[in-house]
Design a protein around this ligand. Structure first.
Ligand SMILES: Nc1ncnc2c1ncn2[C@@H]1O[C@H](COP(=O)(O)OP(=O)(O)OP(=O)(O)O)[C@@H](O)[C@H]1O
Length: 306
């Protein structure tokens, strides 16, 4: 299980770095074993920052992340952590060195994590893992990255994580560069791997992908969680005005798409108010110090009006 507790990441910005930008602001959530959780929010809401914090690619300003009972900041040997927690990102091409054959990424796993493993036995494992992710090893082994498609490369990164025996994946917009049919294959692969014991933080700005893939959903806005819970509950009974607005903004076929966001009279969000206050039609003086609270089993919302 991975637990994020009161996580905050502030960047110093502005002239002389005197202002603070809270990319992630006091965020808490849990991801159980064998669970896919979607982290959904518009551009700049802090999704990637949360992914980077979980992958220890950046340090939190405050708060902590606990993986299977251990505070991840205490891992002295980061390899120990990366054996179980891996990240996959939007552009699969950037994860490969174009001058090496694909085999190299698997060989590097052997050198790093299983140095005593015999080469032939290792290649047997590589081939069976490639089959597990739905590819034919004969069409993959010996190829250069440019000879494979984006979908194949993305699957091979998942295979690499599986060979390491990873139990948790941070999947940050991993299908946004792929065509529609390849996208669904990758999503189905994640769902089938979940059934075999993988947990996934699925970062996306696409609501329908989150709905299709995940058990739970986190709706993030300007670094804070607005709503969180079972995916079906969040999507079928959205309670936060921001979640409602997002769901109403999803284009449907055969219907002209007009974004009917009800923006209240022009106002600023004072310190301590809900981050959505300046855009919320329901916002008033009660929207101060609003905490995430449980409204039903596995459904939490941070709204004073609910
Ligand atoms: N190194 C940095 N220095 C200053 N500000 C940063 C830095 N990295 C991110 N930010 C800011 O933090 C906020 C959150 O960024 P983040 O990349 O986490 O958003 P996101 O939700 O992943 O967006 P997108 O969907 O566009 O990738 C943004 O306002 C961004 O400009």
């Amino acid at each position: 299980m991975l637990e994020v507790i009161n996580l905050t990441k502030a960047y110093n910005i502005g002239a002389f770095g005197k202002e603070k930008l809270y990319a992630v602001d006091n965020v808490s959530f849990k991801i159980e074993d064998n669970e896919i959780v979607s982290l959904i929010g518009e551009s700049g809401s802090g999704k990637t920052t949360i992914g980077k914090l979980i992958l220890r690619l950046t340090k939190p300003t405050s708060g902590k992340i606990i993986y299977n009972g251990t505070d991840i900041s205490t891992f002295k040997n980061i390899k120990e952590y990366y054996r179980y927690v891996q990240g996959i990102f939007q552009d699969p091409f950037s994860s490969y060195n174009p001058i090496f054959k694909i085999d190299r990424i698997f060989e590097m796993v052997r050198e790093e994590f299983y140095p005593s493993e015999n080469h032939d036995k290792w290649m047997g494992k590589v081939e069976s893992t490639i089959k597990d992710i739905g590819l034919n090893p004969k069409e993959i082994i010996g190829k250069f990255p440019h000879q494979l498609s984006g979908g194949q490369l993305q699957r091979l990164l998942i295979a690499r994580a599986l060979l390491m025996n990873a139990k948790f994946l941070v999947a940050d917009e991993i299908i946004s560069m792929l065509d529609a049919s390849t996208r669904i294959d990758i999503l189905n692969l994640l769902i089938s791997l979940k059934e075999k014991g993988l947990s996934v933080l699925f970062i996306t700005h696409d609501l329908s992908l989150g709905y299709y893939t995940s058990d739970k959903t986190i709706i993030l806005y300007r670094g804070s969680i607005m709503e969180y819970g079972d995916t079906v509950k969040v999507f079928n009974n959205p309670l936060h005005p921001y979640t409602k607005m997002l769901l109403e903004s999803v284009p449907t076929t055969h219907k002209k798409w007009t974004r009917e966001e009800l923006i209240a009279e022009s106002r600023r969000t004072p310190p301590g108010y809900c981050k959505y206050y300046d855009r919320c039609p329901l916002g008033d003086s009660n929207c101060k110090n609003v905490e995430l609270r449980q409204v039903e089993d596995n459904h939490f919302v941070a709204c004073a009006k609910v």
